[in-house]
Structures are given as structure tokens and as C-alpha cells.
Design a protein around this ligand. Structure first.
Ligand SMILES: [Zn+2]
Length: 381
């Protein structure tokens, strides 16, 4: 499918820009006009992580005039294996700051706008209004559905990518010309069924394979070159070195894009995706206070037996995460006492909590940051 260029051409290029973009300018499909469209474009990347790193770096080098970076996270040592826009010296720094510094180093002609916030239904449309294209570089279903819905409502293309272990996918969801994410995935998977990168692992180089596809799609949409991935999904199997491109169709009954003019955002994407609300989280300090107070409650470790054997919190019992999905855990936990779940990092426990709440355990919460944050609290106390 051919789609007209999304962005008007900006002013004539300076002598410095003509030197810098020489290899683009000789491409007949891009040329001077295409490069001026890139310079005039405004692209928002949600997430400055595994996918956001290559997307932002290549779009900066390509001369996209305005790059928005949205992320509220801080660079952690475990990010460096794949989030190549950040370096060792950036550990502990806000990701938006670290990414903005790197972009300034790559190309001083790019204007960077940082959004150091958590995207939510009250701010998403206002932020998206400032951009031509939205890149989804997130790793969770709640944000993914929110980005999709907001793009449908705003009539903007969402350049989407997703990663798991050695596999990646990419597409352009643009309801004006093709399907949206919900046409393909009308409802989120049950909470806990799909592990995230922290639990399942990810090959770092895979981020570049999929991120580079996303950056290429952004440039194609801006300049009107080639056939964008609208209505198509690329599936990359890194282990077998296999790329597959499949057709995806618009769902005429899609709850969002069948009639974008009447589409609305969900009020709470976390609960829509089955994740517990923030009210169900407790911190390590709060847990310590409750343990010290002698309160009668059930502390449950949802990790695997080998992790439990390594270390666990005094007073806890072990019920591995899988038992929460087949109902076994629910028979071992009393309805009459409050329950607190924990795991390694607070991700599995959040999913197990969701299953527990669906079984009617109202007085349940989980430990934010898992046993890692507990160990840190105990060390610093
Ligand atoms: Zn749709």
C-alpha cells in the first residue's frame, strides 16, 4: 500500500545539513525533499529502553527534526545489556536525560523534548497531539493498549514493536488506512500468562533487529517512500534466522477503530489488563512494620523452590506462581487473614495477586520490588 508523505517539507537545508545527510540525498526516493520532510517531522518514542534505544539513535542520525522521549524510569545496570543509548556512566540517571544527551552527541540538528512522566489516560492525548508519529517501545500490555487507543482517537500512526527472548514482531497500526492493535488482539492475554523480558529474558541484539525496522517505518511514513507495514506484521525468529511477513486485517467490529469518532480510552488500563491496582502494593518498609507489629497475616513466596532454598523472608510459606492459575494456591490460603505475596522483583507476585483477587481474596497485596527490595531494605536498616 502506498501512502502519501505524512509530513510537509521544511525550509531549505543548510550547507552543514547537506554535508551531513549526503548519503540520504543521493537516494532518489529520499533526496532533498525527503530530507526536508524528516527535518520538519515530530516523532514521539514511548520508552527509552531496548526498542527505544535503536529507534531514537537512528532517527536522530537520520535528521528527524523533533524527537520526543517519554520515560519515567532511571537507568539500571541490568538495562545496559541491550539499551545501548545509555552507558555505564548513566546508571542512576533519568533515562530521558541520558537519551537526550546521547542524541545531542549524535546530531546537534535534532531538537529533543523530554517527557519524564508515566503515560496515563489523562495525559496521553494531550502529549500525542504534539507529534506526527508515535513509536511504541514499551514492554507491557497496559501501555500498549493505551498507546493504540490514543493513536486511533488522534488518527495517528503507531509504529509498534515487541520482543521476547529470541523473537520479535513489528507493524504499523494506523486505523486511517488499516487495522489497529485491537483488531489483532481484541483483549489482553490473561495476567501472568505472558512473562515479560525481566522474567523470560531477552537477547540484547534482538532490540536492534526490531528497532531498526521501526525506525525504517517511521522514515517511510514521513517521506512517503515505499510501502509501510500498515496491514502487515513482521515476525522475526532470531534462532532460526527467519523473517516472515503476514497480512493482518481490519476487524469491522473492532471496539476502537470501527468508529474512531466514538472511541474512548479505558479509565484504567492496568485493571483492564488484569494487573492489580497500585493500592495493592506494599513497600519493604511497610512489610517490616507489619512483621514487627505481630499482625496475623499470611506471607507467601511465589517463586520457585530453588529460589526459596537460596533465601527467603522469615515467616513466609512457599506457593509457586503456577499454583495461582490452576487454583491450588487458593485452597492453601485462608480467606480470613490478610495475605502478602512476594517474588524476586515484584512482577510474578503482581500477576499471582491478580489471579488471587479474581478468586475473591480482597485483602491481598504484594511486595513492590520483591525480595530484592527487601534485601536492600534490611541491608540499609
Ligand atoms: Zn481496530
Amino acid at each position: 500500500m502506498k501512502i502519501a508523505p505524512l509530513v510537509e517539507a521544511g525550509p531549505e537545508l543548510s550547507a552543514g545539513e547537506i554535508r551531513r545527510y549526503a548519503r540520504h540525498l543521493v537516494l532518489p526516493e529520499v533526496g532533498n525533499l525527503g530530507q526536508r520532510r524528516l527535518a520538519n517531522a515530530r516523532v514521539l518514542c514511548v520508552g527509552a529502553g531496548g526498542l527505544g534505544s535503536p529507534v531514537l539513535m537512528y532517527l536522530a542520525a537520520a535528521g528527524v527534526g523533533t524527537l520526543g522521549i517519554l520515560d519515567f524510569d532511571v537507568v539500571d545496570e541490568t538495562n545496559l545489556q541491550r539499551q545501548v543509548i545509555h552507558g555505564q556512566a548513566d546508571v542512576g540517571t533519568k533515562k530521558v536525560i541520558s537519551a537526550a544527551r546521547k542524541i545531542a552527541e549524535i546530531n546537534p540538528y535534532v531538537k529533543v523534548v523530554t517527557h519524564d512522566i508515566r503515560l496515563d489516560p489523562t495525559n496521553v492525548l494531550e502529549i500525542f497531539a504534539n507529534y506526527d508519529i508515535i513509536v511504541d517501545g514499551t514492554d507491557n500490555f497496559a501501555t500498549r493498549y493505551m498507546i493504540n487507543d490514543a493513536c486511533v482517537i488522534a488518527g495517528k500512526p503507531c509504529v509498534w514493536g515487541s520482543l521476547y527472548q529470541f523473537d520479535g514482531q513489528a507493524s504499523v497500526f494506523w486505523a486511517t488506512y488499516g487495522p489497529c492493535y485491537r483488531c489483532v488482539h481484541p483483549t489482553p492475554p490473561p495476567a501472568g500468562l505472558v512473562p515479560n523480558c525481566a522474567e523470560g529474558g531477552i537477547l540484547g541484539a534482538l532490540c536492534a533487529s526490531i528497532g531498526a525496522i521501526q525506525a525504517t517505518e517511521v522514515i517511510k511514513l514521513i517521506s512517503g517512500v515505499g510501502s509501510p507495514l500498515v496491514g502487515s506484521l513482521i515476525i522475526y525468529d532470531g534462532l532460526e534466522s527467519n523473517f516472515e511477513k503476514i497480512h493482518i486485517a481490519k476487524d469491522p467490529a473492532c471496539s476502537v477503530c470501527a468508529d474512531p469518532s466514538s472511541a474512548t480510552l479505558e479509565k484504567d488500563y492496568e485493571s483492564f489488563c488484569g494487573a492489580p491496582s497500585f493500592a495493592s502494593e506494599i513497600t519493604a518498609a511497610q512489610l517490616a512494620t507489619r512483621l514487627r507489629s505481630g499482625e496475623n497475616f499470611q506471607l507467601v513466596d511465589v517463586r520457585e523452590p530453588y529460589e526459596w532454598d537460596d533465601s527467603h523472608i522469615e515467616g513466609a510459606v512457599l506457593i509457586p506462581q503456577a499454583e495461582f492459575y490452576d487454583g491450588r494456591a487458593q485452597t492453601k490460603i485462608s480467606h480470613d487473614l490478610p495475605v502478602v505475596l512476594y517474588c524476586h522483583l515484584g512482577i510474578r507476585s503482581a500477576h499471582a495477586l491478580s489471579a488471587l483477587k479474581q478468586s475473591g481474596f480482597a485483602n491481598a497485596s504484594h511486595l513492590l520490588g520483591g525480595i530484592d527490595s527487601w534485601d536492600e531494605y534490611v541491608r540499609n536498616e
